[in-house]
Design a protein around this ligand. Sequence first.
Ligand SMILES: NC(=O)c1ccc[n+]([C@@H]2O[C@H](COP(=O)([O-])OP(=O)(O)OC[C@H]3O[C@@H](n4cnc5c(N)ncnc54)[C@H](O)[C@@H]3O)[C@@H](O)[C@H]2O)c1
Length: 349
Amino acid sequence: MTGPFRVALSGDFRKSDGSPVFPDFDLAPLHRAPGVEMAFLEPSPQIRPEQIADFDALILLVPRFGRESIHPNGRLGVVARFGVGYDNVDVDACTAAGIAVVITPDGVRRPVAVSIITLMLALTGKLMVKDRLTREGPDGFARRGEHMGDGLVGRTLGSIGIGNIGAELFRLAKPFDMRFITHDPYVDPKVAAGLGVEMVGLDDVFRRADVVSVNCPLNAETRHLVNAERLALMRPTAYLINTARGPIVDQQALTQVLRERRIAGAGIDVLEQEPPDAADPILTLDNVILAPHALCWTDQCFAGNGAADVKAVLDVQHGREPRLVVDRAVLETEPWRRRIAAYRQRFGG
Ligand SMILES: NC(=O)c1ccc[n+]([C@@H]2O[C@H](COP(=O)([O-])OP(=O)(O)OC[C@H]3O[C@@H](n4cnc5c(N)ncnc54)[C@H](O)[C@@H]3O)[C@@H](O)[C@H]2O)c1
């Protein structure tokens, strides 16, 4: 094959007027790269095979990339997710087709961990309540003593998962002098030990933590992992924070415990249905802080994700293995090896 290395960006990176959704995603390195051509796809909820038939790489935001999205011509070599969640990508189908799936943990690690700290401080400091009281004038001021915050020293921060973001959360929380606990069946215990985090059973996180933060991936095992039974283990003074994926928490059960004030509150960046129905009862509660799956959205987050995806794509162009491949098994497949060798020959290593 000859010709340029063609990079597609899913259509949702542009607004309807053609302007970028994320202006901090710097595309200049792609424009400048010798031998590279890039184009935006038409927006669609699912990538269609004919859309990517003439592309070597796809940088993907929200649309689904399923088994049906793969074109039989075998040209596409890498799907680079903008972010770290990849539940919109059929990874097994990609592996079978010799397509590498890459993600951008370096871009989201700090911004999401900062979001969790933001929610923890806002919840325990009763920030939203105090904002409302202030706006009520003298009557609100008169009631400020009824809304004491919770100090954090000696309190327990628990995380479900101590991967990229969970570990960064503990690093950032260190100066608060809290106790740290986590449940993560797949992590090397040395990682937790190195961060001063005690590893405990899943139910113990709910029993012991004053703040429970969800930081595991969404999969069949973790769907509704935070259910009515586990919420019932939490103390009435404890808070739940979910910045991972909505369906990890049984939202109906959470709504119920919040309504009955069986826990102190929740900070939720991700919902089971996004966007939620206007009639979703969780929207009416005063003890939950909500964000539209965007609390981590900062200039630095998008610049970081974009730079990581561009680097991964250019690595593939030059026949180098990208650093953060999700489907490691693909690297051993014949189609991938042939592909990467051909790119190396065409564009240099
Ligand atoms: N809100 C946002 O905008 C946003 C942005 C980025 C990532 N996320 C989400 O944050 C979550 C964490 O991302 P990450 O980059 O830290 O992922 P990661 O893969 O680096 O870490 C996840 C950790 O969870 C652990 N884990 C897996 N199954 C588990 C289980 N059953 N119980 C407990 N732990 C389990 C894994 O061993 C791993 O250590 C993901 O759900 C991701 O989709 C959300």
